[in-house]
Write a protein that binds this ligand. Sequence first.
Ligand SMILES: [Zn+2]
Length: 345
Amino acid sequence: MKAVRIHEHGGVDKLRYEEVQEPKLSSPTEAIVQLKTAALNRIDLWNREGLTGMDIALPHILGADGAGIVAQVGEQVHNVKKGDAVCLYPPSGCGQCEYCFTDREFMCIRLRALGERLQGTYAEYVKLPAANCFPIPPGLSFEEAAAFPLVFLTVWRMLVTNAELKPGEHVLILGIGGGVATAALQIARHMGAHIFVTSSSDEKLELAKNWGANHGINYLRSDFAKEVRALTGKRGVDVVVDCVGGESWVKSLAALARGGRLVTCGATAGANPQTDIRRIFWNHLKIFGSTLGSREEFRQLLAFMQISKVRPIVDQIFSLKDVAAAQRRLEEGKQFGKIVLQIAE
Ligand SMILES: [Zn+2]
């Protein structure tokens, strides 16, 4: 089969489109999926560069998100069958630790995720536990079905489970354009929140308004915390989605109303910001860190997508062999929504 592998860590020049042996079932509970599409995530860039601190056996196929048709299942598989159109739940736990026992296998101490300890989705076929295959919600294209799982699951846990976002609440989403931020915009919008977004690009702020954001703030021109306070009668917002970190962190805390909640799943602008701890306790703030989400949260998300008709925003579609150009677009932060790889028609 054709796949994109890295043989060593480094830049986009390390991505090799090449002939690779097809995966074979090695357990009766596995499935093999013929992928139609895959989607890019920032974790792909970190894995390519070797920045996660995780030992990945090389050569390695990247890619945490994908969608396709079940090609083969083990004899003990009952949830899907050959020919089913499926999207993929990315993490897989050991099944033997306290987190796996309690439907928190995404917190498993021996976590294996697609594109990390499992071979990923930049390939014509992927092998994974069949329990990670879920029917694609009706009406979603294969492009959309690959684009949503990782970021929408992450956002679902952040906004719904952790922040307990309520209709009518005010939400601030930093750095609109990326996969997590655009998913947060779509879910928060559908839940009836009042939404502020930030970006350094006026074009992205305009696009965000088209997708339902109420206010766009260009953080190069103004202090977004001050602007949010001004726009909320000095009160501040109920929830901040900050996957940026760095200098934004202090402002994110300053933008929160008393009792506000901050959710984070990334630190692209820096991981060691200054924090005034007094602001956290005096203002009764809650800070939630998370990545991914549980199978139950994924199930809730699929039901939500089916009923709400919310669809992930697809930025651009590249063919698998053009993955370097696709990753460069992500690296340069040019996208609005998800970057998708077309693997088969
Ligand atoms: Zn485990």
